[in-house]
Write a protein that binds this ligand. Sequence first.
Ligand SMILES: Cc1cc2nc3c(=O)[nH]c(=O)nc-3n(C[C@H](O)[C@H](O)[C@H](O)COP(=O)(O)OP(=O)(O)OC[C@H]3O[C@@H](n4cnc5c(N)ncnc54)[C@H](O)[C@@H]3O)c2cc1C
Length: 410
Amino acid sequence: MKPSIVVIGAGPAGVMASIKAAHSGKGVVLIEQNSFIGKKLLLTGKGRGNITNMAGQESFLNYFNKNALFLRDAFRKFFNKELCDFFTSRGLRLKTERQNRVFPESDMAADVVKVLEKSLDNKNIELILNTKVTDILVENSTVTGVVLDSHRKIIVKKVILATGGVSFPRTGSTGDGFRLVKKLSHKVTQLRPGLVALVSKDKWVRSLQGLTLKNVKVIFSQKNKRVESCVGELLFTHFGISGPLVLDLSNRVNSWLDTQGVSATIDLKPGLRKEQLESKFLRETNGKKEIKSFLRLLLPLRLVDVFIYRCNLDPHKKISQITKKERQAIVNLLKALDFKIVSTLGLDKGMVTCGGVSLKEIDPRTMQSKLINGLYFAGEIIDVDAVSGGYNLQAAFSTGFLAGESASSG
Ligand SMILES: Cc1cc2nc3c(=O)[nH]c(=O)nc-3n(C[C@H](O)[C@H](O)[C@H](O)COP(=O)(O)OP(=O)(O)OC[C@H]3O[C@@H](n4cnc5c(N)ncnc54)[C@H](O)[C@@H]3O)c2cc1C
């Protein structure tokens, strides 16, 4: 069949776009530079494939860091329920876990990829692997085809660009799409790593490598800017901090790091006020107890040493000998354990890309370029990004669906 549409990139966005476009009966060529589809998808949800989230549409949009409204039309066409139906109707059993996160029952992202692979087995879709698109051909602001790395040209009037972002480049998202559209005068906003761990140079922070803190809050600030996490889990690493709380806020903090460091503060006791913590000291009846043993009741052992060091305490000092000033210093530190963040771990380690093709130049009702007729965008290449929880994959599937539908209509 003579192709009408070329889709570039066989991640979730490109695959969904191809399936939807082929459904109209049009011929689709899907081109992927890797030797198999969905390489990044295999890594999602720690290999378990957190494909979406069952939050309602309005609260779902709140999990996007900015530009969420751009996705409204795509979500109206194809949202979490439709995505779940897509997979379950093809034999993949799903389950919903805490915080409404949806996974395959098998806990294997590979099973999600298998369903997508099988769905591409359609007479209207030609899948070309191990092949890179090197150029998009345009005449009079209208798409005329693409050029492959073999120098072969495919002549079509519709191209869907679903090449992903620039993070985790070893999966194939090496930023080709951005280079291709910049040549066509599209604006690409600044690209930064998102859902990424943060680096601290403070020695005591690095010395806590491997320690996980549960039920804590983290606050990042710089001058008059401030973001606060909900209560959750934070992990100390050999370079700084990671864990769900940190990754989710990293998308907000990353741009602040362009100019200077960011202050991080951990509230180790978010459920207690300072006065309540102070009265814990005052209520201690065994005045002979050493401060180190007392702190052990409030903190993991490795943090006790940090407190002794940060508050300049004698670890063997008895509770009854602790001065008011020392007690207040400990309480203050329990509510605000502070240190500096100097950078993120970088694009190599970011789970998503913040930034992308400017939304001003994409029609949200169709995903078509406002500059080039016949050029459509889908997935992470677009300037939208969300926290973890299945939101990013849903955005990729939904924009893929809408781009596929629009490119194949008319
Ligand atoms: C470790 C990790 C865990 C994640 N976990 C989750 C999660 O649990 N839930 C969630 O919602 N999101 C998660 N994400 C994010 C999610 O994987 C992405 O949002 C999603 O894969 C984006 O889909 P996409 O189709 O736009 O891009 P991609 O999946 O990056 O696919 C783009 C494809 O285009 C191909 N390509 C690029 N350039 C060319 C070219 N010139 N020619 C041909 N092919 C090309 C690439 O090889 C690639 O296969 C995770 C990401 C990572 C890295």
